[in-house]
Design a binder for this molecule. Structure first.
Ligand SMILES: [Cu+2]
Length: 167
């Protein structure tokens, strides 16, 4: 019992030194860090007059997962926030809100996502594919779109076959 207590006290100065080192590193890096506004854009709590048109920026699938047959597509927007808010009334919201429509390989249907998170597709057959991503307003009117084309490698298919127990 007493031993445990002593060792706990012995760790305290070490922990304090570690915290001081972290604090010092944070302070020294602070001068060159981007501001919150630089990274996050305008505050979503203040309306923007004459907000510029929305932009959709879509990356190609991440190469690591793609080599294994899994498609991870990251995207971001400018002048548009993702919120699961729909209907004509939401057109008046400022800063602007919206969502995306996702279609795979010219399918006549799409699915809707308002999370802003990475799109993940698993189980596509080997060969060429394309994913259409549309940026839509709360009434589902498409404002802009991007297409990502890629190929699932032949040898990757077995790794993503849902009939196997491999991840
Ligand atoms: Cu929609």
């Amino acid at each position: 019992m007493r031993r445990q207590s002593q060792s706990r006290h012995a760790l305290t100065p070490l922990l304090a030194r570690g915290l001081l080192a972290i604090a010092a590193a944070s302070l020294s890096g602070g001068a060159s860090a981007q501001t919150a506004r630089d990274v996050r854009g305008p505050s979503p709590l203040i309306a923007i007059e004459n907000e510029p048109p929305p932009r959709l920026i879509v990356d190609p699938p991440l190469p690591g997962p793609l080599a294994a047959g899994r498609v991870f597509i990251q995207y971001r927007t400018e002048n548009m926030r993702f919120l699961p808010v729909f209907g004509a009334g939401a057109l008046q919201v400022s800063p602007r809100v919206g969502h995306i429509h996702i279609s795979v390989d010219d399918a006549p249907w799409h699915f809707v996502d308002a999370s802003g998170e990475t799109i993940i597709l698993v189980g596509l057959p080997a060969g060429p594919h394309k994913v259409l991503i549309e940026l839509a307003d709360p009434t589902h009117r498409v404002l802009t779109r991007e297409i990502v084309a890629f190929a699932i490698p032949e040898k990757a298919v077995s790794a993503t076959d849902p009939r196997t127990d491999k991840p």
